[in-house]
Design a protein around this ligand. Structure first.
Ligand code: NAD
Length: 473
């Protein structure tokens, strides 16, 4: 990160810019902005070779205006208290923007996961969960972690299993963490949810004719060129949905290099290559290698998707960014100064607090499913199917004609869990984008960027919660 300003200060700069447009009580705004609790821990790990290493880790709970608090848990060798607190704050605003009833939190273990065996990762994750349980920093109604950078459903299964073994919470223990495998109470569609949400968010932005005209772009995803930095969970799923929607993936940047092909990169072939090459893209034979991985960020393209870590675009390289739209799939990939520079140049920045919220939206569905102890669609699937069949048969009888049988069979399908989760996610992302854009238009349209509008939207919602509690009149 080349910016001398801390990540917390970056997030607070965004918050302050939005707060300037509100007349809410200043003390209340100061309370909202502050991180409520931070738990720092260190513990020993016995490595496979017998040596002992000290591991550092954190969990920050930014806001308890709604509980439980919620947010990812990452493995990153760049993790520190500042990063965890900033990411927890972003979670608070994100949850408010997409209307899920959580305060924000974030956790991190300071390791590079590529340097540890699976057994070592399991020991680290279980010990981390033990520490959280001891200090009351995890639980279905307390704080609910989820996957983030470097972690996935395997880590969530370890966390759930450890929490269940240690806590008295026997009935609702499943809801202590989201992003779990299906057999451990996961929900269909969670793994790809953040990338899917990024796709829905970009699609919504691209559907607005006035905004696209200003950028010199046609509406719709079809034919748009896309560059993705970080081809992990979020980046690769977002790319796949965009390509399915008609976009062309022209470059991918990873930790070990970047590749470029103006005719389009085949995602399946690239993923097969990465599987054999520790997740890297360096040496991939079907595209041109760029000199530096960061060169991908400055390629001409319609949509640039930073989906790795924070501060990828900063004061030092923002001047070279040529994309018309920067879609923040990662958390905090633009510094405050870079974000402002892009806004002044007329680049559309779709902010992280909205765009990567798909993960927490579907995590919310998983948490609800765990507390309800029933799969979505289980009760109504058959009933809806029978109702649709009766309706279609009545239409056939009255019109004395028959539907095409394939069409008939499609219409009578009742919704399964995956359909309901996907529809709920799509609706949430579309509604939130329209609400944020509406607020931007109410404040002069061109005068404020989408990020400021998103923060204003979040602040208004959090203020209402405090006021309803009678804490601040
Ligand atoms: P991930 O670990 O699955 O993927 C990240 C990818 O970025 C990895 O493939 C890694 O090798 C690559 N990478 C690391 N350093 C890089 C560099 N310098 N240049 C290019 N690529 C690099 O993580 P993820 O879950 O996809 O998370 C990515 C971002 O999205 C993070 O900012 C995270 O906080 C955010 N996010 C994730 C979720 C989620 O549900 N997983 C939800 C919301 C936001």
């Amino acid at each position: 990160m080349t910016s001398p300003i801390s990540f917390v200060a970056q997030v607070n700069a965004f918050f302050d810019r939005a707060a300037e447009h509100s007349d809410h009580d200043r003390t209340l705004l100061a309370q909202i902005r502050r991180c409520n609790s931070l738990y720092y821990m260190s513990f020993p790990l016995r490595r496979d070779n017998g040596e002992i290493e000290v591991i550092e880790a954190w969990r920050a709970e930014h806001s308890h205006h709604k509980t439980p608090t919620k947010g990812g848990f990452r493995y990153s060798d760049a993790a520190c208290a500042d990063e965890v607190m900033a990411l927890a704050a972003l979670m608070t605003y994100k949850c408010a923007i997409v209307n899920v009833p959580f305060g924000g939190a974030k956790g991190a273990v300071k390791i590079n996961r590529r340097s540890y065996s699976v057994g070592e990762l399991e020991r680290i994750t279980r010990r981390y969960t033990y520490e959280l349980t001891q200090k009351n920093f995890i639980g279905p109604g307390i704080d609910v972690p989820a996957p983030d950078y470097g972690t996935g459903m395997r880590e969530m299964a370890w966390m759930y299993d450890t929490y269940k073994a240690l806590s008295d919470e026997k009935l609702d223990a499943y809801a202590c963490v989201t992003g779990k495998p299906l057999a451990q109470g996961g929900v269909r569609g969670r793994t790809e949810a953040t990338g899917r949400g990024v796709f829905f968010g970009i699609r919504e932005a691209l559907s607005i004719e006035d905004d696209m005209q200003r950028l010199g772009l046609s509406t719709g995803i079809e034919g748009k060129t896309v560059v993705v930095q970080g081809f992990g969970n979020v980046g690769s799923h977002a790319a796949r949905y965009l390509v399915e929607g008609g976009a062309k993936l022209i470059a991918v940047a990873e930790y070990d290099g970047a590749i470029h092909d103006p005719d389009g990169i085949d995602i399946d072939r690239l993923q097969a290559y990465r599987k054999e090459n520790r997740g890297g893209v360096s040496g991939y034979p079907d595209a041109r290698a760029l000199d530096h991985t960061t060169d991908a960020l400055t390629l001409p393209c319609d949509i640039l998707i930073p989906a790795a870590l924070e501060a990828a675009i900063h004061e030092g390289n923002v001047g070279d960014v040529q994309a018309k739209i920067v879609a923040e799939a990662a958390n905090g990939p633009l510094t405050a100064a870079a974000s402002q520079a892009l806004f002044e140049r007329g680049v559309l920045v779709i902010p992280d607090t909205f765009l990567n919220a798909g993960g927490v939206v579907v995590s919310y569905f998983e948490w609800v499913k765990n507390l309800a102890h029933v799969r979505f669609g289980r009760l109504q699937k058959r009933w809806e199917s029978q109702t649709h069949r009766a309706l279609l048969e009545a239409i056939e009888t009255m019109s004395d004609s028959r539907f095409d049988r394939a069409m008939f069979e499609r219409f009578i399908q009742g919704p399964g869990e995956r359909d309901l989760v996907d529809a709920g996610l799509e609706d949430t992302m579309a509604t939130a984008y329209q609400a944020v854009r509406e607020l931007k238009m109410q404040h002069g349209g061109a005068d404020i960027d989408l990020r400021t509008a998103a923060f204003m939207h979040a602040i208004d919602k959090i203020v209402v919660t405090y006021e309803n509690m009678g804490i601040f009149p």
